[in-house]
Ligand binder design. Sequence first.
Ligand code: ARG
Length: 466
Amino acid sequence: DGIALWGGRFSSGPSPALARLSKSTQFDWILADDDIAGSRAHARALGRAGHLTDDELARMEAALDELQRRVDSGEFAPIEADEDEATALERGLLEIAGDELGGKLRAGRSRNDQIACLIRMWLRRHARTICGQLIDLVTALIGQAKKAGHTAMPGRTHMQHAQPVLLAHQLMAHAWPLLRDINRFADWDRRADASPYGSGALAGNTLGLDPQQVAAELGFSKVTDNSIDGTSSRDVVAEFAFIAAMTGVDLSRLSEEIIIWNTQEFAFVKLDDAYSTGSSIMPQKKNPDIAELTRGKAGRLIGDLTGLLATLKGLPTAYARDLQEDKEAVFDQVAQLETILPAFTGMVDTMVFNDARLEEEAPTGFALATDIAEWLVKKGVPFRHAHELSGACVKLAESRGVELWDLTDDDFAATFADFLPADVAPQVREVLSTQGSVDSRRGKGGTAFVRVQEQIADAEKTVDAA
Ligand code: ARG
């Protein structure tokens, strides 16, 4: 039979419909380990405050060890009648320690301060796991960027050919946001690093417990400053949910890129068989499902965040049962991210770029028009006019169905006639190459080879420091 943590003032038990609604063990049982750790720390606090004798404390700790063992082995698990993980664990403790001793542990704590503490413990641990997985992905991106060397590709804005960039530069443009996500988790952890244990239901406890020691035992460097805030605020959970959603969005952007690059029309990249899927009807198909699932799951991660924020909005301040709804949102995010990331990293690590094709496409679509304009600027032509003149070259090339470098010396001389002598104009050819274009973008953060090597080294340092 189940036990109730309340009931003294009730003349009947909960209706089956209420019990079904109220029950949360189907999702919160994953907090059991953290709950038992909290119980151990709380038992010691009760002992220090004189509410448990040394002998009682020793027996309580032994009972909690046995409870942990039973939970680990699956010998003990929630039953239908348990309202939540805390109720289930109390039942388990009473079974081991008996009513007399087991019934003492609840003194001076509430499920409100407990649950607020447990969710922080759980999220902090998983944030570290996710960061480790993100590091692996960033490392894979850096590996591909190093392999890419001097290979250039079409850089695009509005999906149109814009300016040639190094493949390594484009890949690193995805590494940096992920490094910031890692940094966000680390920064978030500093705010999550405060234990609500000792806040009681909302107002604190009367038993002279030392919450600082409990906090330290649970891996927190401090205690929340306000017991009402500690038990009822979930901004720490919502902030985690934002970072998880942002990570999903960043992964989704890279997914979209890989999906397009992997099309027959682009043919920029080939995915490894081990990281692709087939079709049940079309034998020739090889699909980028990892990238597509990631892109799809980003929507779900955002939904988890917005659902949680909507739950928190307009709550009265101090615990309300609505707060139980914080868990599934972030549990889902963690499960999704921890599943996505290893597969995604495998895909990135093993994908093979078609360097020849990238190089061939890099300067096409008049992608060197900006270089013509900037060459004219270096010759003293005001940019307004330089832009016009370069545009005129594009128009001419387009009308003939050729690329910019196919224009003749006479074409350049005629087009630039108002500004440059006829023998100088054709020298514009010196910038009409992918390599010249890429290498001239030498400012900090630019696509020149030296700058890209620099950012790769900086990213590696950031990875090492994370
Ligand atoms: N299971 C609840 C939660 O996750 C904690 C229990 C609080 N219940 C209560 N009656 N105060 O938030």
